[in-house]
Design a protein around this ligand. Structure first.
Ligand code: BG6
Length: 484
């Protein structure tokens, strides 16, 4: 297998799922800080888990008890980051993907000057990463915009948020120009349709149901314009920097070779890819503009937008990859959930306890598709399996299911490289247990490192190495050769 020399190996985190310390260092509340743990709701019911409205936000902000808001505590990475980075370094990481919490730098999003304590936290974090030989890959927006902008402006639906975001990014580029070379603008930019509040601060109940799709695409347009402005700004401030887009790679197969299934599948895949199309090509695909027309979606754009999109094309394409699904026109086809989507079940694939269908070959398929379409270097910046782990009486944690998942996916990624796909790196999700994005659970564990904390926040926060920790260390040491 041919992982290129210098291929980045590591893991990925998001500030809102790990940092905690939601009120420290001058941080303002973000949309993640009102995300609620709902123990009685089925883990496959994403709509219920991610439901939000003004009353729920007000109630969450007035609640003096943080127990049911796990992202406020994360895994206390804010205070444990040195210990965690040391463990990542022990595994041999050469890259760590982190995100910068916007609300640490601009607590409400509207300040004119950045918050020094917030900036300093990330300066210290990056300094420690460099000391350990770990290259930072930094996401500028990972499900954590200022709550104030969501409440006051309807989030990204309002064009004024573009200025707030570009100001935040500019401050980051100025401060970290000597620390960070690799950047991502929006995490899973396509997710706006699935959970508009988490991704874009849009509170769905404020809009008539039949208008919501248009509202989401309008907010997306503002994000795409902002992303292009930020790419340009980054290139100007940090010569040699590389900025990528980040897509949830939701590959869909036709459930049967019935041409109607194939057409429905093609439409799904085109919809998934178009977010990256705009980032790479600097323009909306004609087929998507036609789709907007057919659906009666009318976007407000400004005269300079086309030029902005063209001037801010990304240097590389990145994606998360967890699962695939199928599509069928048969209304009775059995459905299964996965990463906040509901798709038709694939009888050839096993699934995780959360219903996500496990498809290592789908990763190879997806990488080949992305590379053939964009001809840009790729990075897989999230890939992993959420599972329940058991701590043995002697403290060990045996997680062969996790090793199997990674072994098969890394092997398929190697095959994609052998077939000619250009790849820069792989950051697993997540190297350490953290709060799940969709269900706010701690017990949905992704890490090679176990964190002693339960769903309600009880525990010592002690970190311990699972079996998979030693396995991944070997993989990295052999540059992907030794997957046994
Ligand atoms: C991705 C997100 O969609 O999936 C991460 O970028 C998230 O933030 C990951 O944690 C896994 O999803 P979940 O809901 O299991 O945490």
């Amino acid at each position: 297998m041919s992982f290129p020399k210098g291929f980045f190996w590591g893991g990925a985190l998001a500030a809102n799922q790990v940092e905690g310390a939601w009120k420290e260092g001058g941080k303002g509340p973000s949309v993640a800080d009102v995300a609620t743990y709902k123990p009685k709701t089925d883990v496959k019911d994403y709509a219920a888990h991610m439901a939000v409205n003004d009353e729920l936000i007000a109630a969450a902000m007035a609640d003096p008890d943080d127990t049911y808001y796990p992202k406020r505590r994360g895994i206390d990475f804010y205070h444990h980051y040195k210990e965690d980075l040391a463990l990542f370094a022990e595994m041999g990481f050469t890259m760590l993907r982190v995100s910068i919490a916007w609300t640490r730098i601009f607590p409400t999003g509207e300040e004119t000057e950045p918050n020094e304590a917030g900036l300093q936290f990330y300066s210290d974090l990056f300094a420690e990463m460099h000391r350990l030989g770990i290259e930072p890959l930094v996401t500028l927006s990972h499900y954590e915009m200022p709550l104030a902008l969501a409440v006051k402006y309807n989030g990204w639906y309002d064009r004024r948020v573009i200025d707030c975001f570009t100001r935040f990014c500019h401050a980051c580029f100025e401060r970290y120009k000597n620390d960070v070379k690799y950047w991502l603008t929006f995490n899973e930019v396509d997710s706006i349709i699935r959970h508009p509040f988490t991704t874009a601060g849009v509170i769905p109940s404020r809009f008539p149901e039949e208008k919501l799709l248009e509202v989401c695409y309008q907010a997306l347009h503002h994000q795409l314009v902002a992303s292009a402005l930020v790419v340009k700004d980054c290139h100007e401030i940090i010569p040699g920097s590389k900025v990528g887009c980040m897509l949830t790679k939701l590959t869909t197969y036709a459930r049967t070779c019935n041409p109607d299934d194939e057409l429905a599948t093609q439409a799904k895949n085109l919809e998934n890819l178009f977010y990256a199309d705009v980032h790479v090509w600097g323009e909306y695909p004609r087929l998507i503009l036609k789709m907007f027309e057919r659906k009666g979606i009318c976007l407000h754009t400004e005269p300079g937008d086309d030029a902005i999109l063209k001037a801010g094309c990304v240097d590389f394409v990145s994606c998360s990859y967890y699962m695939t699904m199928t599509e069928s026109v048969d209304p009775n086809a059995e459905r299964t959930p996965g990463n906040t989507v509901l798709g038709v079940k694939n009888p050839y694939l096993p699934a995780s306890d959360w219903g996500w269908q496990i498809d290592p070959k789908g990763l190879r398929y997806s990488l080949i598709e992305l590379y053939d379409r964009y001809r840009k270097p790729l990075m897989v910046v999230e890939n992993g399996i959420g599972a329940k782990d058991t701590v043995e009486p002697d403290g060990s944690i045996h997680d062969p299911y996790r090793v199997d998942y990674f072994r098969q996916h890394i092997s398929e990624m190697g095959k994609a490289i052998d077939e000619g796909v250009e790849m820069w790196g792989y950051t697993s999700w997540a190297p350490i247990d953290l709060i799940s994005a969709s269900t706010n659970q701690m017990s949905k564990r992704y890490g090679f490192i176990y964190v002693d904390q339960d769903d309600m926040g009880n525990g010592t926060l002690a970190r311990s190495r699972k079996d998979s920790f030693y396995w991944y260390k070997k993989v990295i040491a052999s540059n992907g050769e030794d997957l046994d």
